[in-house]
Design a protein around this ligand. Sequence first.
Ligand code: WTA
Length: 653
Amino acid sequence: MSTTIDSTLNEKRTFTASSDFITKATVNAEKLAILRKAAAEDHEGFWGDLAKEHISWHKPFAALLNSNRAPHYSWYDDGELNVSYNCLDRHLSTRGDKTAIIFEGEPGDTTHITYSELHKNVCVFANALKNQGVKKGDRVIIYMPMIPEAVIAMQACARIGAIHSVVFGGFSAESLKDRIEDTAAKIVITADGGNRGGGVIDLKKAADAALDKGCASVEKVIVYQRTNTDVTMQTGRDIFWNDAIEGMPESCEPEWVNSEHPLFILYTSGSTGKPKGIQHSSGGYLLNSIVTMQWVFDIQDNDVFWCTADVGWITGHSYVAYGPLATGATMLMFEGAPTVPDAGRFWKVCQDHKVTIFYTAPTAIRALMKAGDDFPNAYNLSSLRLLGTVGEPINPEAWMWYHRTIGKEKCPIVDTWWQTETGAHMIAPIPGAMATKPGSCTLPLPGIAADIVDNDGNIIDEPNKGGFLVIKKPWPSMVRTVWGDDDRYQKTYWAEFDNKYYVAGDNVRKDEDGYFWIMGRTDDVLNVSGHRLGTMEIESALVAHPRVAEAAVVGRPHEVKGEAIFAYVVLREERPESGINEELTKELRSWVGEQIGAIAKPDDIRYADNLPKTRSGKIMRRLLKVIARGDEITQDTSTLENEAILDQLQGKS
Ligand code: WTA
C-alpha cells in the first residue's frame, strides 16, 4: 500500500461543484453546517429527529439509543415499522406511476417497473413465500442474478419479517452451502441461471450441488427462470417462481416488526475463520440508507440512479435494494459485465437510460480507463450529474480520468468510505457543500464520529500521521452482531480498545484540512477488485487440496484489481523442478474457485520446500509481501529457520 500513500500524500488538488449543482443541491454548505451543529449538540436527538422525519413508523418510538448491553447497541427499540412498506407503499399515492426500476439484461432486454407494479410483485411474492411456509424470523437464502426479481425477493422477505441472506452469484456451491448452514435457512430462492460475461452462470446447478452436501434445514427451493436453461427439479422440494406465485393475492399486509428486528444477514470476510454473518437491524439500517441517498447522492425526483454493485454485496443492499426505493427514486439495474460486448457497455447504458447518478468501484474505473477513451467518447454522457466510487481507495490518476472523461469536468465525485458492518456511507463528501480531493473520501458525515487512534487508543491529531480508523459513537445502521457468533462480534470490532470504539480494521490518515485518506487494511484481509477476501480463507481452501501441505496468502498491488492474490504453497510431494508446475497451478486455481468462488483464485502461486518462519514458528508475512511485490528484501532474515528457501520464494531457483 506504500505506493498509494506516496501518491496520495502529494495530492493537493481540490474540486468544487459548479454553482448550478450547488444551487439545486439538497444539502448546501449552509444546510450542512446546521446538520453538523445539531449532531454535535445532541448526537442521539439528531438521529432521533431524522428517524421521525424520514421513516414511516407503524408504532412511533420514544427510545433513542439504548446502550444497556454495550457493546451491543440498539436504536428506536420501542418503535415498529416495516421496511418494505417504507420502500413501496408510502410512495403509491404520490409516485405510483413513477418508474422504480429500469432493468437492462446482459443480452440487451429492457424492462421498466413502476412503483405500483413493484408493490404488486412484492406482495404477490411475499404471499408465495408465506404459502411455502416462511414465517417471521425465518432465514431465506437468495442466490440470484442481478435482475429485478432479486430485489423483489429481498423486499418480499422484508415485508413478511423473514431475514434474508443474499449470496453473491459468483460464489461457489461450497460457499453457498456454508451460508445456508450457518443461517439454517428454510428456503433458497435462486434462478436457473444468470447472464454474465457473455455466458450463462448455472445458479440452480450450484444450488443443487450445495444442497447435495447437507443443508438439512432447507425445505423449499424457488427457481426463477431467467435463462431457460435446463434444470433438474426435485419433486416436493423445488418449485418454479411462476408456479409459486400462481393465484397469490396482490396485496399483503406488512408484518410490523420491532425496529431492532433483523432485516438481513450478509456474510463478509474477516482475518480469521469462515466469513462472518453481519446482522443488520430494520429501523436503524433503513434510516442511514435514506439519509445517505440524500446527503451523499443528492437524490432528487427526476434522477436516474445507477449503482453497479451486485445485490450480493452490501452496496447492492443499501444502494440497490433499499436506499433508492426508500427515497422514491428511479434506479437502474444491469445484469451483465462492464465489458460485454465491449468496454463501452456501461457508457452505452448511461446514454440509453439517461443515467444521472453513477456509482461504481475503482477497479471498474481502472479497467475501463485502460480500455481507452474511444469507448466513453462514442456515447452521449451529458445526462450524468454526479459520480461515485466505493470499495477501495481510488488512485488520483483514475479519479482524474473519471472526472474528465466520464464527468466532463462537471460532475462532482463522491468517494464513499464504508463497510458491510456500517450499513451505509460513513466518510464521504456532501457534493453541494464541500470540496473534494482526488483519492480522499473527505470528511465523516454528520452524526458519524469517525476518528484516528494510535496503538494505545489515543486520538491522533497530528496531520498525516497514520493510525486505526475508529468510530467513537454508535450510529443507527451499525452491525448488531455476528450471526451465531456474538463472541466474534465483540472481539473483532470492540475488544481492541476496551469496548470504547468500533474498530473498522482500516488504516487511515487525516490531512491538514481534516480530510481522511484510507491507506488499506490493518488485518489480513485483501481487497481484490473492491471485494473483501480473508487470506486465511484462501489458505484454508488451498490446504484442503490433497496435494497441499501448507499455504500462505498475501496481497500484492495490482494495476486494475487494486490487490492481486499471491499464494506460497508447500506440497505434500516433492517441490516441482525450478518451482514450476503449470498443470498443478491451474488445478489449484480452479480448486480455490470451487471452494470459494472465481474472485478468490490466486493470481500467482509459488512453490517452496517450506514457508519462511521465525524460530518460534510464525509465518513471516511481511517478508512474503515484500517478495510478492518483487521488492528488494531489506529486513533482517537472520531469524529465519531456513534461509535457503528465500531463493525459492523469489522464484530464483
Ligand atoms: C474498503 C464495501 C477506501 C475498506 C462498502 C473497508 C474503502 C472495506 C472505501 C469494506 C473507500 C470501502 N476508500 N477504502 N471509499 N470503501 N473501502 O465490507 O478497507 O465490502 O474496510 O464494504 O473496503 O468492504 P465491504
